[in-house]
Design a protein around this ligand. Structure first.
Ligand SMILES: NC(=O)c1ccc[n+]([C@@H]2O[C@H](COP(=O)([O-])OP(=O)(O)OC[C@H]3O[C@@H](n4cnc5c(N)ncnc54)[C@H](O)[C@@H]3O)[C@@H](O)[C@H]2O)c1
Length: 254
């Protein structure tokens, strides 16, 4: 059991296809107690069904568009767990209009919304959780190749992911004194609700699977096992890094 005795948060689970759910499930099966984040009350019932009959799972509500909820989350976590050993940030959002057409037409309002929820939230989360993080804790977030390559329809989300990856490096430096590691997992396209927000997702998945060096397909389970590695002491020398889980697609030239 790689995470025996560890406690942490995995934010946010929408349904059984969420990458966050695959990570929460894998971490729990490796012995961790998991605080499972859900965006709002409306989504709570579905998320509770996933953990029905399971031990060492607790739900927490958190909407990143409301800054006061970060503080109340920290209060609830302090009360329930005291200190924690890991924090998983698996949230991305951009208004629909900003994910179609031309990036050049992104409005300031949509840009700010996407950036606040998808990138700023990681720093904000670490700010409120810093006093609760144990020495040698592990923080991970989820990014995508659109941070460094321009992909049709990914648009403002690519800019958010670039900011998110940079945020990871600053946090890695600032929290490193206490042995706290901060890393990024960058999966190839996966069929989830957020994934389907990018039009052409099915074609993207096919292209990646056709061209990637590994002919074995990757999916959220492979993301989850890499997450377990980063959350565990096996990765104690690794911080500020981006790990791609895309069957190697990123290294192929043509
Ligand atoms: N699916 C992919 O192809 C893919 C690829 C690379 C990276 N990612 C990233 O993985 C992460 C998880 O996405 P997913 O694919 O599992 O999809 P998902 O739709 O299952 O998860 C997205 C989560 O974000 C939450 N969310 C949205 N707005 C929020 C807000 N205002 N406050 C709090 N939570 C909010 C949703 O409730 C949901 O739980 C995202 O950061 C996404 O960008 C996804």
């Amino acid at each position: 059991m790689l995470l025996e005795g560890k406690k942490g948060l995995v934010l946010n689970v929408l349904n059984k296809n969420s990458i966050a759910w695959a990570i929460a499930d894998a971490a729990n099966l490796q012995g961790a107690t998991v605080g499972m984040g859900v965006q709002n009350e409306r989504l709570l019932d579905g998320a509770l069904k996933l953990i029905e009959g399971r031990e060492r799972f607790d739900p927490f509500l958190i909407d990143f568009s409301d800054q006061t909820q970060f503080d109340s989350l920290a209060e609830q976590v302090a009360e329930k767990y005291g200190k924690i050993d890991f924090l998983v940030h698996s949230v991305g959002f951009a208004p629909k209009e900003a994910m179609t057409g031309r990036f050049i037409d992104t409005t300031l309002e949509d840009y700010q919304t996407a950036m606040a929820i998808s990138a700023f939230s990681l720093g904000r989360l670490c700010q409120v959780m810093e006093p609760l993080l144990n020495e040698d804790a592990s923080v991970i977030t989820l990014s995508y190749l659109g941070s460094t390559r321009a992909l049709r329809n990914y648009n403002v989300m690519g800019v958010c992911k670039a900011a998110l990856e940079s945020t990871v490096r600053y946090l890695a430096v600032e929290l490193g004194d206490r042995g706290i590691r901060v890393n990024t997992l960058s999966p190839g396209p996966v069929n989830t609700v957020a994934g389907r927000g990018v039009s052409g997702l099915t074609d993207m998945i096919k292209i990646v699977h056709d061209r990637a060096p590994l002919k074995r397909p990757y999916g959220k389970e492979e993301v989850a096992t890499s997450a377990v590695y980063l959350l565990s002491d096996l990765s104690k020398g690794v911080t500020g890094q981006i790990i791609f889980i895309d069957s190697g697609y990123t290294v192929v030239g043509m």
